[in-house]
Design a protein around this ligand. Structure first.
Ligand SMILES: [Zn+2]
Length: 152
């Protein structure tokens, strides 16, 4: 009886699953990624009401909720607004450590693009640095077609 009333602690099994998958990025994401891959250009969408420019592009303005159907080519340079240096090893990381993730506010856009920072030692990174997109030589239609952002 005592055993039946014993509170069991939640048992957690830490495993690892690798599952191949395919995920559609939709029409908006496809146009954005195709421009990265084929033209090495960064495009965003502009809200017709509040005039915000979104990169990554989104179908509807996050403030006004109206469709954002106007595509605008944006600068491939911007300002580093935040960053973090990652030292831990994980299979999901796209590059060897230490890797640096940063938020780059591209000129003429609102918000910031989360991406890898490269071409600079972690200790030399400063907020407010001007950054430029460096495109990968081999592009496949993914966000990693921008290899990283490096100091401009
Ligand atoms: Zn808006």
């Amino acid at each position: 009886m005592a055993k039946a009333r014993r509170k069991a602690r939640n048992v957690v099994y830490a495993g690892r699953i690798k599952v191949p998958y395919a995920w559609s990025v939709g029409a908006t994401g496809s146009r954005f990624l195709t421009a990265l891959r084929d033209d090495q250009e960064i495009w965003g969408v502009k809200c017709p009401k509040c005039k915000r420019v979104y990169v990554y592009p989104i179908k509807n303005c996050g403030e006004c909720f109206v469709p954002t159907e106007q595509w605008v080519k944006v600068a491939n340079v911007g300002t580093l607004e935040s960053f973090t240096v990652v030292h831990y090893k994980h299979d999901m990381q796209p590059r060897k450590r230490p890797l640096i993730y940063g938020l780059v506010k591209l000129d003429g856009t609102d918000g910031a693009l989360l991406h890898l920072i490269g071409g600079v030692e972690p200790a030399k990174i400063k907020l407010g640095m001007r950054m430029k997109a460096v495109f990968a030589r081999q592009r496949a239609g993914s966000i990693l077609d921008i290899q990283h952002f490096a100091p401009a």
